[in-house]
Each structure stands twice: as structure tokens, then as C-alpha cells.
Design a protein. Structure first.
Length: 437
């Protein structure tokens, strides 16, 4: 099989499919990325991936190429794993990369081929790509486009691919591709992974619906957190209490700075945009509120910081702990942490940032912030500390020791992960979203 697009999703998928025993070719137009992957170097931070990549390069099951001609001949099953970012100046998904894979690959194919879309796309895309493929395919060549959405979480990419919680496959009427897909995922199916075979539209919608639900759950608890704060209640205890109801569940009720990353924000926007195109914008208008609540968390943390700086950020030395959009990742796409750091800096604060993995990406995005090599270096002389991404090393900071480094012991726990009492006992003034401490 081939995996086209070797970003977080594609590189992980390619390496894990090889790990499961398949012969895999990973393809990308980015020469530099392919060169790094060939040498066993993962171009991003994903725990456990490098080991699998190297093992399967060594045993020869996994190879990488930039040549579509070579991969067109190599396999009959092709995974489409390129990005579908938010379009500039609009909420809609940008399908340029998805379409260009079809126009570059399909004219080179001969015989019978199955293209399995993994990228998150607006409903109706698979059918559109099928029309394009039918137009471009050589005579006597059959190319089928099916949709097989990917649910992997960054930083858990390997386990989510090898042991997914479900496999979804969307096929056109009369398709015979299910058997092929059963072979691809034989080991997962043997382990009784739920396998939902449906039409292409449902498969496309499953992915955006899942991410929209997760985003809604986070914004729900963040909205309730605002009420908790005003009324003197505690959102963590509240989330624990409602989470015991297994219809609700405790996961994704972590109140704080909210969601970011390359998926949730752009997926809810693309879902709204597509609903509008289909004349159903009212059905999803609540997602605008989900988005607004989420963005407001960033402003609220900046407002806390302003209050702690005596009403004016100018010149205040602020340390932001975390730049990645979540822990165990180096991804800073739409990162709440970096957004807050950037806003504080634009407001005149002297901002120092530390992240265990995301420093290079953060520096590229926001070159004007000060980046320190160590967490201690970042904390030295701070008048305010903001915990913005809940990395383990931040959760485990010793409040007594840190109090000796900073100029003023004030911390905003924007992820609600610290033991507030222990920090207060060590002399800290602690603020958190959704808790009156
Ligand atoms: C998400 C989906 O979980 C995954 O299934 C899909 O394939 C891709 O999008 P990912 O973007 O890797 O995965 O991140 P996820 O772990 O879902 O976290 C998303 C964001 O929500 C992070 O910024 C995280 O900090 C935030 N979050 C998560 C909260 O603010 N509170 C929570 O309780 C949980």
C-alpha cells in the first residue's frame, strides 16, 4: 500500500501499517521531509514513532519516495493523508492538496485501484473526487475512492493507529472494496475492533461530527467554569461529579485554556461552512458559540494577567509555561498557549516562554518572544507565571523551589492541573479558570 502525505497523520499511518506487516511506500512532495523520514528521523515529535519507523526501514517493509510514478506501480491500495487546512479568509476547508493528489496520481495508475481517504473533508468530497478520478483514469483502469476517516490523537498516534477504538469505512453503492479493507486492517479486526461500513457521506460526517462533539464538550465545561468562578464554585469538583454519570463521562471536561491544534478549531469551522453551503447553517450555528467560548478562554487568561499586573501589562515580566497546543506534542498550530503569550507580548509585557518540545516551532511562529533553554531560566525573575500547557514537568514543579526563582510568587493555572493548596501553602497567589481560590 502507499500512504500519500507524510505529516503527523500520514507518517504515523505509514510506519504503523508497516509495523503490522504490510509493505508500505510513503509519498510526499516535500523532498526535505522525505529525506528525513528515509534516514529514520521523524520530522515532528510523536512519542514512540521513531522506534517503529526505524525498525520498519531496517526490515525493508517501509520506504519513502517523492515519485508518484514509482508508487503508482507499487500498490493497488493508496491512503490519502494530506492536509485540509482552513482556507485563508474563509471558514471552509482548503481541498487543494486532496484534489492535487487525485490529479497527480490517477493518470499514472493502471489496473484496479482503491484510494482510501483519511483526511478530514467536507461531506460530498469523496463523490467529487470520484468524478475527478473517473475523468482522469486511463482506459481500462478502475479507480475507486472510499472514505476511511482517521481518529488518531497527536501524541497518541501510534497506539491509536495500531489499536483504534473503531474503524469506519464509507463506500459507494455496489462497491466491492470492503474485502480489501478487511485485509488491510486484518489484525485490528481480529482483535474485535468495531468496524462500521457505511456510505461515503456518513463516513465523511462521522469525523467532523466526532471532533465537533469533543469541541462542544470542552466549551460546555469552559462556559460552566465562568459561572463557577463568579459564584464561588469549583469547576473541577463539578466536572468530577457530572463525569460519574456514564452518559456524560469525565473525559474532555478539562476546563481551562480550551482547545487548539490542527484539527478541532478548523474542523468545527469547516463543518459550519459546509452546512452553510448545503443551506443548513442554522443547524450548526451553535458551533459558532462553541468557537467563541473557546477563544474567550484565551482573552480571560490575558485579562487575569492584566489584573495581576495592576491593570497594565507594560513591562511586566511574565513567564508562559508551554507553547504546544497540548502536552507531549511539538505542534503549535492554533495553540492557546502561544496565542496567550503573543497577546501578552503585544500588550507590552516582557514574555519569556519555555516548552519541552515546541520551542523551534514556536520561535518560527512568534519570533519576537523570548525563548529560554530551561524551565528555571524562564522562571528567573518572573513577576507572573502562567501554566498554559500541562506538560508533566510543569505539573510536577515544586512550588517552594520555584518561589525562590521568581520575583513575585503569582501563578495562573490556566489548565487546572496544579495542587492549588500546596502552591498557596508555599506562599503563592494562585488563580485558575473556573475556581475561586
Ligand atoms: C483531535 C481528536 O481528539 C482526534 O480524534 C482527531 O483525530 C484529531 O483531533 P488532537 O488534535 O490530537 O486530536 O487533540 P486532542 O487530544 O483531542 O486535544 C484537543 C485540544 O483540546 C487540546 O488543545 C487540548 O488541550 C484541549 N482539551 C482537551 C481541553 O482543553 N480540555 C480537555 O478536557 C481535553
Amino acid at each position: 500500500m502507499t500512504v500519500i502525505g507524510t505529516g503527523y497523520l500520514g507518517a504515523t499511518h505509514a510506519a504503523c501499517m508497516a509495523e503490522l506487516g504490510h509493505e508500505v511506500r510513503g509519498v510526499d512532495v516535500d523532498e526535505a521531509k522525505i529525506e528525513r523520514l528515509r534516514s529514520g528521523d521523524v520530522p515532528f515529535y510523536e512519542p514512540g514513532l521513531e522506534e517503529i519507523l526505524r525498525r520498519n526501514l531496517d526490515n525493508g517493509r517501509l520506504r519513502f519516495s517523492t515519485d508518484y510514478r514509482e508508487v503508482a506501480q507499487f500498490a493497488h491500495v493508496h491512503f490519502l493523508a494530506v492536509g485540509t487546512p482552513q482556507q485563508r479568509g474563509s471558514y471552509a476547508a482548503d481541498l487543494t492538496y486532496v484534489r492535487s493528489v487525485i490529479s497527480d496520481l490517477v493518470p499514472l495508475l493502471e489496473g484496479s485501484h482503491l484510494i482510501l481517504g483519511k483526511s478530514t473533508v467536507p461531506v460530498g468530497t469523496a463523490a467529487e473526487l470520484q468524478d475527478l478520478a473517473d475523468l482522469l483514469a486511463k482506459e481500462n483502469t478502475k479507480v475507486e475512492i472510499a472514505w476511511n476517516p482517521e481518529f488518531l490523537r497527536e501524541s497518541h498516534g501510534v497506539e491509536d493507529t495500531i489499536t483504534p477504538d473503531r474503524i469506519v469505512l464509507g463506500l459507494r453503492a455496489g462497491s466491492e472494496a470492503e474485502e480489501t479493507v478487511r485485509e488491510v486492517y486484518a489484525s485490528q479486526l481480529e482483535a474485535n475492533t468495531p468496524f462500521i461500513v457505511t456510505d461515503r457521506q456518513t463516513a465523511e460526517l462521522v469525523k467532523v461530527a466526532a471532533n465537533s462533539f469533543l469541541a462542544t464538550k470542552i466549551s460546555f465545561i469552559n462556559a460552566v467554569a465562568e459561572l463557577c468562578e463568579i459564584s464561588g464554585a469549583d469547576v473541577k469538583a463539578l466536572a468530577d461529579a457530572i463525569g460519574y454519570d456514564d452518559r456524560i463521562g469525565r473525559k474532555f471536561l478539562g476546563a481551562g485554556l480550551g482547545f487548539g491544534g490542527g484539527c478541532l478549531p478548523k474542523d468545527i469551522r469547516a463543518f459550519m461552512a459546509r452546512a452553510g453551503e448545503l443551506g443548513a447553517d442554522q443547524a450548526l450555528s451553535f458551533l459558532r458559540e462553541v468557537d467563541t467560548i473557546n477563544m474567550r478562554q484565551r482573552d480571560r487568561v490575558v485579562q487575569f494577567a492584566r489584573e495581576e499586573s495592576g491593570g497594565n501589562l507594560l513591562g511586566t515580566r511574565i513567564t508562559v509555561l508551554g507553547a504546544a497546543f497540548k502536552p507531549n506534542s511539538d505542534d503549535v498550530r492554533d495553540s492557546p498557549a502561544l496565542n496567550v503569550a503573543g497577546q501578552l507580548s503585544l500588550g507590552g509585557a516582557a514574555v519569556s516562554v519555555y516548552d519541552p518540545q515546541a520551542m523551534a516551532n514556536a520561535r518560527r511562529e512568534f519570533p519576537t518572544l523570548v525563548y529560554t533553554d530551561t524551565v528555571e531560566g524562564a522562571l528567573e525573575g518572573a513577576e507572573l507565571v502562567i501554566l498554559a500547557t500541562e506538560w508533566k514537568i510543569f505539573r510536577e514543579l515544586d512550588p517552594e523551589r520555584v518561589a525562590g526563582l521568581v520575583a513575585k510568587p503569582v501563578i495562573i493555572d490556566a489548565r487546572n492541573v496544579l495542587d492549588a493548596r500546596a502552591w498557596q501553602d508555599a506562599g503563592w497567589r494562585v488563580r485558575a479558570l473556573g475556581r475561586s481560590l
